[in-house]
Structure formats: C-alpha cells, structure tokens
Design a protein around this ligand. Structure first.
Ligand code: ATP
Ligand code: MG
Length: 434
C-alpha cells in the first residue's frame, strides 16, 4: 500500500465505532481524579529536549533510544513528549503553581511518543492518563495516589490486577547501594550489553531496568535497594504500607521494581495484569522528591503515576468488560423532495435542541436506500416526509425495533418522541399526545 494510505508504524487510529469506549474511560478517569481533588492540566505535546534529558535522565532507555527529537525551523532541539511528568513539572515551576497552595494536585490525559519496537501493548504513539501531586511528602500521599489509580482500574471493572510496590530510597542511601551494585555488575561486565557497560559507571541502577534478556537475567541476582534503605526511607516505606493496609489495598513488595525513569525516589509501584501477555504493566508511578528542584523549582516533594490507556483497553477486553454504547440515532427523518428536506432540517434542529439525536437524509438517496441506512445506524424511530405529510402536517412514525407505526402530528414530534423513548414502544403512547 502507498505510504499516503498507511498509518505510521506503531500508531493506531481510534475508529468511530470504538471511540465511545475511550470517551467513557477518559470521563471516568477525570471524574475519579476530581473526587480525590485532582484538577486537569494540559501541557504541550512537545517541549525543549532538555526538559526530558534533565528529568527522565540521560542514561535511561527513553532518552537514549526512544525519543522523537528534531530541530525545528528556528534551530531549537524539540522532543515529542515520551511521558507527561516532565512537562507538567516544567509548567508547574514556570507558572508558579508550586509556589501556591500545596499540595497541588493535577491530572492529565494525553499522547506520548516513544520510538520502540511495536508489539502488543507497545506502540510509538500511545496515551497516558496520569496524576502528579506536589508538596506532599507524607506516606499518606503515596497511599492516596495509589488508591486513586486503583479506584480508576477497579471502577472501570478491572479485577485481575496485582499491585507491586518497592522503595528505591533517596540519593543518600543510594550511594551505598550504587557501590554494591557496581561491584556486583563489574564481575559480570563482559556479559552485559553495550549500553549497560556504559551505565555501569554512570548509573548502575539503570542496568536493573534493561530489557535485554542477558542483562535482566544477570540483574535478577543483583543486590536489592530495599536492603540498603536509610532509616528515614525505611520508615517512609513502612508508613506507606500502613496506609495501604488501613485502606484495604492489597499489595506485594517486589524488590526488583526500579522503573524506567531516573527521577524516582522512595516509593515506586506498578499495577500489573497477567491477562495481556508480556506488556502487563498497566500503570506505573512513584515518588520523585528531587525532581522539582532539579528542574529549577523549589524543593518540594512530589509523586504521581502514568497509566497506559491502550494497555488498559486490552485489559478491559481480556476481562470481558463492556462499556455502555451511547445512542446514535433516536429518529431518522426520511425525505422525498426538497421541500421535505427543508422541513426535516427544521424538525431536526428542534429535536436536537431538546437533546434528541436526530438525523435526516442528506445524501439525496431514494427511499429504500434511506431505510437501509436508518437500519444500519440503529435508528430507533423513523418518519417519512413527502408532499402529503407536508400538506397535512402529519406523518407516520415507525418504531424500528418492532415495525409498529403510529400517525403523529409533526408539531408534536418532540413530545411524541420523548414519550416513545421513555416507554420504548409506540403502543404505550398516551392518546393525549397523539
Ligand atoms: P515498560 O516497562 O512496559 O516499557 P515503562 O516503564 O517504560 O513501561 P512508564 O514510562 O512508566 O512505562 O509509562 C507508564 C505506563 O505507560 C506503562 O505502565 C504503560 O502502561 C504505558 N506505556 C509505556 N510505554 C508504552 C508504549 N510504548 N506503548 C503503550 N503503552 C506504553
Ligand atoms: Mg518502556
């Protein structure tokens, strides 16, 4: 197929018959966020490349291999966001949000771009729902953010998920850990991939997140951060667990979770589904207490998560969750002749103003084809307008589900339809309306 007719590798179209699922899911995400006090923020799809290099970290896979980076016509290095936290932090600092009332709670939904090998659950353009909370350093904040992610997932009907948590400490306790990791990997240096050989000196923790089978095999036996936590970090982690227990949120501690982005400190977590294959992590997040100051803002603790919406859709499908399909057409007005078409426009306008989904024939087809179309779009009722109907101001309303018909006064079409839809049958219509 010619390129002009082919979507770019790793991208997806959300087609008209599926978009209602996305709308339902997104509405639920924003509504649940609102219950927890999170307000939506919208940030640009692209940022100065430095925003991501500095935050995500220049030894991560995301920055080293996956970013869509280009020079714009003004010679600036621009990157399509691989995730939204960096842009949100940039905005919160630039617009002074982190100097206002804290905690600041924001949520977002948006596209992310990563040059990865496309496969099930892994795309080059994908979408994330996420939240960020600034100025909340207490374990209660970690539990609240985890609880929000869980509420979204469970509320949408996902049940087969496990929550895995870990603590990756602070820069202080990480010093000792880095030394231990370095010693461990140094002994295996020859077996590591080229990228990880370089990481050994610069950031040994990144090796733990390498996707190469050999490196991950080696990493399985590496020392774990949780054994190196300082007292403050250990207490914080105990606090998070106490809050989760109190909220009835089940979790397991997985000392191997490190997350693929450099900015995390202390708590990290993932919601994992085992029903969608290898790419089972639907949601990942954690605390990033150093990031705001590292990006030039005040020293405020922060945390958040990102949830992959495409992966969530796969999970919903695999768990057999169905979302309510919206009505597409309450009434289709078939027309014969141009005067009838004008009348149909008038009636449609009135019906829509009342909240009905009304459509009329706008393709100039014959009656039979119009009927076929009305059927195809699932019209609940149908009315045919021709010269006779215009002169008598009456028409026959047909219930498409059972082919029952009733004569109706065109001036009373709105009331008629209201009653008919409420009762879902023409037979139930009250005489007074007819
Ligand atoms: P993975 O380990 O699967 O590569 P990640 O650690 O890179 O994930 P994050 O950067 O934490 O993922 O992003 C948060 C969520 O976004 C993931 O849990 C996942 O649901 C989703 N996600 C990440 N990368 C992709 C992608 N390429 N395609 C689809 N969804 C993705
Ligand atoms: Mg990744």
């Amino acid at each position: 197929m010619a390129e002009i007719n082919r979507a770019v590798k790793g991208t997806c179209d959300i087609l008209p018959d599926d978009s209602y699922k996305w709308q339902e899911v997104e509405k639920f995400m924003l509504e649940t966020s609102r219950l927890y006090g999170f307000k939506e923020i919208r940030v640009p799809v692209f940022e100065h490349t430095e925003v991501f290099n500095r935050s995500v970290g220049d030894t991560t896979d995301v920055v080293q291999k996956e970013m869509y980076t280009f020079d714009d016509k003004g010679g600036r290095s621009i990157t399509l966001r691989p995730e939204l936290t960096a842009g949100v932090v940039r905005s919160a600092i630039e617009k002074g949000l982190v100097n206002g009332a804290l905690p600041l709670k924001v949520c977002y939904i948006g596209g992310c771009y990563r040059y990865e090998k496309p496969q099930a659950g892994r795309l080059r353009e994908f979408h994330q729902f996420g939240v960020e909370c600034f100025g909340a350093g207490e374990p209660a904040a970690d539990a609240e953010v985890i609880s929000l992610a869980k509420s979204v997932l469970n509320g949408l009907g996902v049940s087969k998920l496990s929550l895995e948590i870990n603590s990756i400490g602070c820069p202080e306790c990480r010093k000792k850990y880095h030394a231990a990791l370095k010693e461990f990997f140094e002994a295996q240096k020859d077996n590591l991939c080229e990228t990880c050989k370089d990481r050994l000196d610069r950031n040994p923790m990144r090796i733990l997140d390498c996707k190469s089978p050999v490196c991950s095999e080696i990493a399985n036996n590496a020392p774990v951060m949780i054994d190196f936590l300082c007292d403050d970090c250990a207490n914080h982690f105990d606090g998070v667990k106490a809050h989760l227990n109190a909220m009835g949120i089940k979790y397991c501690v997985n000392p191997h979770i490190v997350r693929g982005l450099d900015y995390y400190t202390r708590t990290v977590f993932e919601f994992v589904s085992n029903s969608i294959g290898a790419q089972g992590t639907v949601c990942g997040g954690g605390r990033y207490d150093g990031l705001v100051s590292q990006m030039g803002g005040p020293a405020v603790p922060a945390l958040g998560f990102g949830m992959g919406i495409e992966r969530l859709m796969l999970v919903l499908e695999s768990e057999g969750v169905t979302l309510p399909e919206p009505k597409t057409c309450d009434l289709f007005i078939s027309v014969v002749g141009s005067a009838a078409a004008v009348k149909a426009s008038e009636l449609c306008a009135k019906l829509r103003a009342e909240g009905f989904c009304a459509q009329s024939e706008i393709s100039g087809r014959g009656l039979k084809a119009q009927m076929r179309f009305a059927n195809k779009i699932g019209a609940k009722f149908l009315v045919v307008l021709g010269d006779d109907e215009l002169s008598t101001n009456k028409a026959v309303l047909k219930d498409m589900s059972n082919s029952e018909t009733k004569e109706v006064d065109l001036d009373k079409l709105t009331e008629m339809l209201y009653e008919a839809l409420k009762n879902s049958a023409l037979g139930a219509l009250e005489d007074s309306i007819l």
